[in-house]
Design a binder for this molecule. Structure first.
Ligand SMILES: C[S@@+](CC[C@H](N)C(=O)[O-])C[C@H]1O[C@@H](n2cnc3c(N)ncnc32)[C@H](O)[C@@H]1O
Length: 465
């Protein structure tokens, strides 16, 4: 998709009920075509890069106050997401044309430049459109106004010479933060680290889990049925418009994220605790498979989303708002799923803001929390019951090392190794210890848009009877 295609209708009249501020914005006569989407893209970038908020939360918040065409919303996310993926390259190009560093925090000057440069270099926007909109954005920003001329000159240089600068760059090393790349090299070796980085910087396809008859849904939606039972479609378009969404026949869930629940085996009729459950992709899987699910999460807002998701899917679970590190329900469960909060470095394809938000020190805090959650989860497992621990992190401290330490201190638990072919799991996704370790370059497809998987780690443990 080119940027212009995606934003064709962005200067249309405001819809009835559009808030005043948005109306005056959308109706302003001299706004260039496509301004609204670029405006939101810049706000999103500022929310992530300046205020350290998450991209999706910023998008939800920002759009709550505006009535936006879906295609403008998609364009804003495309621009912001591309900047976050390719920030290192964009900074290299922009700074190569600057004689001296820009003064810090001149309004939204830097996000405006990043947004303009990404459109020119990666989104095939005609230079006159990208440059004139960026100049207009600077003009409308009280603090960035005095740099209007610089925005114009700099982006024109990006348009004419930026591609050349890019040719000499090591894109992977520039776009992945040094600390993260160094960790991946240490854990996976240089070659694999580069594969992980390359796959992480691509956009992910749309994977869905269906309540039943995945073959039928793959056909109906024009997707393909993956060996693990997920259905894969090319991303793009409004999910809500797809057949089966409104009546709750399926939900969005990455192919790898759907595997931990499958490792529990048949759960129909069983009492299952879904610990750290929101927004509920795994709760839905368990409930759809007939389990009696108790879903626990600390966050009120995220539990509310879980409730809404289950309602749409016509599925049931008991929801508990609690700190799962201390929750003591006075009972045990035949199966426990613990999907811990983590650095989420396996999901950069879907959440490129992770590259810019996570810091090495987050790992220390999260590893401590995961350990406490694990210790409490052990107490929830009935004798003879199963615990599946999982994380969407690529970092060994959050995965295999947590489990190694756990098995050293809890001698009433043993690992039940995963076998190749089980639940459609490919042998190369299984570690020597018998745990699941998917990587972003797994599930390759000749069509790049249909390639990849989130990086998930999962271990299956049995409590001795
Ligand atoms: C990785 S997400 C879970 C994703 C979810 N299992 C799914 O499949 O949709 C981690 C969740 O842990 C929750 N969380 C973080 N700390 C917690 C705690 N101490 N007790 C319970 N939930 C917690 C977060 O609110 C977040 O919803």
């Amino acid at each position: 998709m080119t940027v212009e295609n995606a934003s064709r209708r962005s200067n249309t009249k405001p819809a009835a009920g559009t808030p005043k501020a948005a109306q005056s914005n959308a109706a302003a006569p001299r706004l260039p075509l496509g301004f609204a989407a670029r405006d939101v893209a810049v706000q999103l970038l500022a929310a992530v890069l300046h205020d350290r908020g998450s991209l999706d939360e910023a998008l939800a918040k920002d759009l709550a106050t505006r009535s936006m065409e879906p295609r403008d919303r998609a364009l804003a996310r495309l621009i912001a997401g591309t900047v976050l993926r390719r920030l290192g390259e964009l900074e290299a190009v922009l700074t190569s044309f600057l004689k001296k560093p820009l003064p810090e925090r001149q309004g939204q000057l830097w996000p405006i430049l990043l947004s303009g440069a990404t459109q020119l270099l990666f989104l095939q926007t005609p230079p006159h459109a990208a440059v004139s909109i960026a100049v207009e954005q600077a003009r409308r920003d009280r603090k960035a106004r005095r740099f209007e001329g610089l925005v114009n000159a700099l982006l024109r240089r990006v348009a004419s010479e930026g591609a050349q600068v890019l040719q000499g760059c090591d894109a992977l090393r520039l776009n992945i933060p040094d600390w993260l790349f160094a960790r991946w090299i240490e854990t996976y070796g240089e070659d694999q680290a580069r594969h992980i980085a390359e796959a992480s910087l691509k956009e992910a396809p749309l994977d869905i889990s269906v309540k039943d008859d995945p073959e039928k849904w793959a056909e109906r939606l024009g997707g393909s049925l993956l060996p693990t039972g997920s259905v894969r479609l090319a991303a793009g378009g409004r999910i809500e418009d797809l057949s089966g969404y409104a009546d709750g026949s399926w939900w969005v869930q990455d192919v790898a994220a759907a595997l931990p629940v499958k490792l529990l085996g048949p759960v129909a009729g069983k009492a299952v605790a879904d610990v750290c459950a929101a927004p509920g992709g795994k709760t839905a899987q368990l409930a759809a498979a007939g389990a009696r699910v108790t879903a626990i999460d600390l966050s009120t807002a995220r539990l509310a989303r879980l409730r809404t998701n289950l309602e749409r899917l016509h599925l049931k679970a008991d929801l508990v708002e609690a700190d799962a590190a201390t929750w003591a329900p006075g009972r045990t469960f035949e199966a426990v799923l613990l999907d811990v909060p983590c650095t989420a470095t396996g999901t950069i394809r879907r959440h490129p803001d992770i590259l810019r938000l996570k810091r090495p020190e987050d790992l220390t805090t999260l590893v401590g929390l995961q350990r406490r959650l694990l210790d409490n989860a052990l107490r929830l497992v009935a004798p003879g019951g199963t615990l599946v621990y999982c994380t969407c992190s690529l970092e060994p401290e959050e995965g295999v090392r947590q489990i190694a330490r756990l098995l050293a201190r809890a001698d009433n638990f043993v690992r039940v190794p995963i076998a190749g072919g089980e639940c459609g799991i490919a042998p190369e996704w299984i570690t020597p210890e018998g745990d699941l370790r998917t990587l972003p370059y797994h599930m390759p497809h000749q069509d790049e848009q249909l390639s990849g998987a989130d990086g998930f780690y999962a271990a299956r443990l049995l409590r001795r009877a």
